[in-house]
Ligand binder design. Structure first.
Ligand code: DC
Length: 237
């Protein structure tokens, strides 16, 4: 479908930001595979910090003990490995595979307060920039085009309606055998939108030079085609 042999040498940074569950990681993974780029899921990084905080009892009634979390981040090593068998990225915490655990609802419900802690963001951004220093990377999150890589060659801001996003997450969890109600998921999506967009530290907002991709009514193939055409325009100049 695409011809990329001509675009070989020029490597760029692709920053994908947007609301939760709007398919950022799907597009990011598709692009990384097509282009042979590294894919970094920055949401997974904030989820790992949240998991560590939950395991250690640093979050009580959804309120994190900021001092304990900040003191603890120095011991957190996050890495990603491509799982050939599953055909997906897997997240590791100090060498332990935590991919399943970080996707649980308990983590989703506590991750926003953790991601508002300025020191946590500072450390994550440092690690993210380290990963992108050689370009050839697709990174998705909330502040990639605005804070992490403001000079990224391609910035995409993704969105879809809250109901469509909740339905996608509901289907995903159901397929994994995790029992949750649609209403619970929708409430979580809306609550996270609100926190992510209104927090003081690096709120979710569209970079001035980002291209908007509303995929409410697009298939996976259509959204990949849209994104690949943008890449092509940039690489071929
Ligand atoms: O993309 P996700 O739903 O897995 O992200 C989990 C949370 O992490 C989300 O509620 C917002 C936060 N996050 C962030 O603050 N900055 C990022 N770059 C990525 C995610």
């Amino acid at each position: 479908m695409f011809e990329f042999s001509a675009m070989t040498d020029k490597k760029i940074i692709i920053a994908i930001d947007g609301h939760s569950s709007c398919g950022k990681s799907t597009v990011a993974k598709q692009l990384a595979q097509q282009l042979g780029y590294i894919y970094i899921d920055t949401g997974a990084m904030y989820r790992v910090v949240t998991l560590v905080a939950l395991r250690n009892g640093w979050i009580v009634d959804k309120v994190p003990d900021v001092k304990k979390v900040v003191a603890g981040i120095k011991d957190i090593r996050i890495s990603f490995r491509w799982d050939e068998k599953l055909g997906k990225n897997t997240t590791f915490l100090n060498g332990e595979n935590v991919e399943e655990e970080i996707r649980r609802l308990e983590v989703s419900e506590n991750v926003s307060p953790i991601s508002t802690i300025a020191e946590v963001r500072k450390e994550m951004v440092k690690q993210q920039r380290e990963n992108g220093k050689n370009k050839g990377i697709v990174m998705d999150g909330r502040d990639i085009g605005t804070v992490v890589f403001p000079d990224a060659e391609l910035k995409i801001f993704m969105t879809a309606s809250p109901e469509i996003r909740a339905q996608r997450r509901f289907d995903e969890l159901k397929a994994k055998g995790i029992e949750v109600s649609f209403e619970e998921i929708l409430a979580n999506v809306e609550r996270r939108d609100k926190i992510d967009s209104s927090r003081a530290a690096s709120p979710l907002k569209q970079a001035n030079d980002a291209l908007i991709l509303d995929n409410s009514n697009l298939t996976r193939e259509e959204q990949l085609e849209w994104a690949m055409n943008k890449v092509k325009e940039i690489i071929e100049g």
